[in-house]
Design a protein around this ligand. Structure first.
Ligand code: PLP
Length: 378
């Protein structure tokens, strides 16, 4: 009945798995009949502290009772506290809050143009940065772009992980180079260290900014606070969203002071961005990640899961608890796993992405691997 109504009343934009989820608890979700599923995708790398965490629920509920939103016409404490905390964990200087990943990318592109007074952007093959017009312009996939053209005219794509192609395409006209250190939507592909180093080394002589899109890789997901911490390169601009509010919508564009100093009142804004509810959720996420050592757990259990997956697939990629692996008929595998109580995500016919809550245990990994093994053997 619900699925028929969904078809009747919702614009059919999503290919959903056939499960109606009612509630969640830690690494598990439950459907209407109370059937339990181990959640290995966590709202697409978003539920890093697990579903319905007690402290998270308490702090968010307390804030709802106190104040949810007043707009940026006024000051509120959670927004200022969150900016201070983000400064500690990102090393970035200043922050703008919005409500999603694509909005964070839009702001990054605008800040970059305003700051450099240059127009062009360089992005990479197989990139994904969002669906609004600016973010879509730096997203590679033809299928996503074509129906909505013309997009931004001043975008070029260079080959991901190819420093030579980057050197050929880059020149002094570029305002920014935008890049995912792990291409999540593409199927979990890591940027190689030499490639990132080349982009970083040429930054000064060509005068472009580096934008790291950490929407999918942030908040402990890869076994460090942010993927950039594996590379030891500080971007000029960085975007975040997904896990930032553990499901309460919030995104952020972080910049270094030399970018921030060029921004003026009115250059950009958001009605809901940085409201006390979303910022309280994000402050709780950061505290809980720290208190429960979830970053260490992501590294440890991530390594264990990677090792186990390597017994099932020849091609396993990723860092921490953002992993991808190749299989034949990925959509079918995902469907069969669902029947057996395991939630996964196929990014293509031949690739599955795994991004569980960071509180997952090795025991739960064993459970998941047993289901996967069974499905792959049938
Ligand atoms: C790297 C990256 N950037 C941007 C986005 C867009 O985020 P949102 O769906 O919150 O707009 C995504 C979403 O998957 C992403 O992975």
């Amino acid at each position: 009945m619900w699925l028929e109504k969904e078809k009747k009343y919702l614009i059919q934009l999503f290919k959903r798995q056939k499960i109606l989820i009612e509630r969640g608890d830690g690494c598990y979700v439950y459907d209407l009949d109370g059937k339990k599923y181990l959640d290995l995708i966590a709202g697409i790398a978003s539920i890093n502290i697990g579903h319905s965490d007690e402290e998270f629920v308490r702090r968010v509920c307390e804030q709802i009772g106190k104040l949810t939103h007043v707009s940026n016409l006024f000051y509120t404490i959670p927004q200022i506290q969150l900016a201070e905390r983000l400064n500690e964990i990102t090393g970035m200087d200043k922050f703008f809050f919005c409500n999603s990943g694509t909005e964070a990318v839009e702001a990054a592109l605008k800040f970059s143009r305003k700051s450099t007074k240059k127009k062009k952007f360089l992005a990479f093959t197989n990139s994904f940065h969002g669906r609004t017009m600016g973010a879509l312009s730096v997203t590679y996939k033809e299928k996503f772009r074509r129906p909505f053209e013309p997009l931004l005219q001043d975008v070029e794509f260079a080959k991901f992980n190819d420093p030579e192609d980057f050197k050929k395409k880059i020149n002094k006209d570029f305002s920014a180079v935008i890049l995912e250190l792990i291409q999540g939507e593409a199927g979990v592909y890591l940027a190689e260290k030499d490639f990132v180093r080349t982009i970083s080394d040429l930054r000064e002589s060509y005068g472009y900014l580096i934008i790291f899109d950490e929407v999918q890789t942030g908040f402990g997901r890869t076994g460090k606070w942010f993927a950039k911490d594996h590379y030891k390169v500080q971007p000029d601009i960085m975007t975040m969203a997904k896990a930032m509010g553990n499901g309460i919508p919030i995104g952020c564009t972080a910049v270094m002071e030399e970018v921030a100093k060029n921004m003026e009142v009115g250059d950009h804004a958001s009605t809901f961005g940085g409201n006390p509810l979303a910022c309280t959720a994000s402050l709780a996420v950061i505290d809980i990640i720290e208190k429960r050592n979830l970053i260490k757990n992501a590294e440890k259990v991530g390594n264990y899961l990677k090792k186990k997956l390597k017994e099932l697939s020849e091609d396993v990629r990723g860092l921490g608890l953002l992993l991808g692996f190749s299989v034949r008929d990925a959509f079918k595998v995902v469907e069969k796993c669902l029947e057996k109580g395991l939630l996964l995500n196929a990014t293509s016919e031949t690739n599955i992405r795994i991004a569980p809550p960071l509180c997952i245990t090795e025991k739960e990994v064993d459970l998941a691997i047993n289901v996967l093994k069974e499905v792959l053997e049938t």
